[in-house]
Design a protein around this ligand. Structure first.
Ligand code: SF4
Ligand code: SF4
Length: 346
């Protein structure tokens, strides 16, 4: 972590440049971990059940040295305690995503078949696969700071976008490597060469693996007018997810209504997110204009460089200073519930 501002941040923030290139082009990631096939018959060691994932991810976020900001906030945590959810690989929602997002969006079985091929083992059946989804809430201090902004992201928010993304990829890669080392096939789709963002005719800018849609599938939240996922910890967060060759039990009930936690969609006038957007990329009719948003966010690289000395694009104004920032808005809270799912949106 930096102990002072960079002098030439446009070319000096190598971590930021590498992260941006990886995110857009799927380049520059470390090699995939190898599956230890000899481990499959071994006994002893951790039992990889739902509790293990919840505890491990909580501990990682509490203690990982990379979950920290750099100068001038050196030592501050980037994320708070996470929410963790699970969705089964044969959940019909993944076929629905192919229809809604597009055929380019991987099913868990497709991405797992790629990892199985890398390791010379048969591809697991969809029912033997699960996806682990993680919501990492932004700290209250960062949220408050960004809520004061009117045009560009605050410095803590920009650092959260940069270091939070690097941290979440590192953390997931470490968990995936740990599992592979113990004979459990696993993959984090967004740190593979297959992960490339592109403009698609139907959905605009999109990637072949959407952490947001996976988190919805796991019952962790629903979509707001600004397209962020509104969770019981709000919509100011980063998301991560990875696929494992294990049968994990979903731990949350997924609302059938994909907008169940957004006031405006539920007929309670709000549109605070639209008022927060400096370029009018959200309105009551079209909701979120991704292209207009993208143009604004892309311009923030220059601002973040000049003022914060890091190479990153970010904004998030519409997820702070709004009723869904840190939780499900009060009138809609009763609809959210933890527990075994009894119904499924398909
Ligand atoms: S600010 Fe209001 S309208 Fe916008 S996503 Fe949140 S609840 Fe929905
Ligand atoms: S993230 Fe996009 S939609 Fe939200 S405030 Fe920024 S430009 Fe507007």
């Amino acid at each position: 972590m930096q102990s002072r501002y960079r002098r030439f941040s446009l070319i000096g923030d190598l971590g930021g440049i590498q992260s941006a290139v990886g995110e857009m082009r799927g380049l520059g990631y470390p090699k995939q971990p190898r599956l230890d096939k000899s481990c499959r018959a071994r006994s002893g060691g951790p039992v990889f059940q739902e509790e293990w994932f919840e505890k491990t991810l909580r501990e990682e976020i509490a203690a990982h040295p990379e979950n920290t900001m750099e100068f001038p906030f050196y030592g501050e945590r980037v994320f708070e305690e996470p929410l963790v959810g699970f969705v089964r690989g044969d959940d019909p929602i993944f076929q629905r995503f192919k229809r809604i997002i597009g055929p380019h969006h991987f099913t868990p079985a497709e991405i797992m078949a790629w990892q199985a091929g890398n390791n010379g083992v048969p591809a697991p059946a969809p029912e033997d696969i699960s996806v682990v989804s993680v919501v990492m809430p932004v700290t209250p201090r960062t949220r408050r700071e960004n809520a004061m902004q009117t045009d560009w992201p605050s410095e803590r928010w920009a650092q959260t976008r940069l270091h939070g993304e690097i941290f979440s990829q590192t953390m997931v890669r470490e968990v995936v490597a740990f599992l592979m080392d113990r004979g459990v096939l696993a993959v984090s789709p967004d740190v593979t060469p297959l992960f490339r963002k592109k403009r698609y005719p139907r959905v605009g800018w999109a990637s072949p693996w959407s952490h947001r849609h996976v988190a919805y599938a796991a019952g962790l939240g629903t979509f707001g007018m600004q397209d962020f996922l509104i969770t019981e910890r709000g919509c100011a967060h980063r998301l991560a997810s990875f696929v494992v060759n294990l049968r994990l039990q979903p731990n949350r009930q997924r609302p059938e209504d994909i907008h169940a936690y957004c006031l405006e969609y539920q007929g309670i006038p709000c549109l605070q997110c639209a008022r927060r957007c400096p370029v009018g990329a959200i309105d009551a009719v079209t909701a979120h204009d991704k292209e207009r948003c993208y143009q604004k966010v892309a311009r923030s690289i220059r601002y973040c460089n000049r003022h914060y000395h890091i190479f990153i694009y970010s904004c998030g104004l519409c997820s702070t200073g709004v009723p869904c920032e840190s939780g499900i808005p009060a009138p809609l809270r009763k609809q959210a519930g933890r527990g075994n799912p009894t119904s499924r949106a398909t």
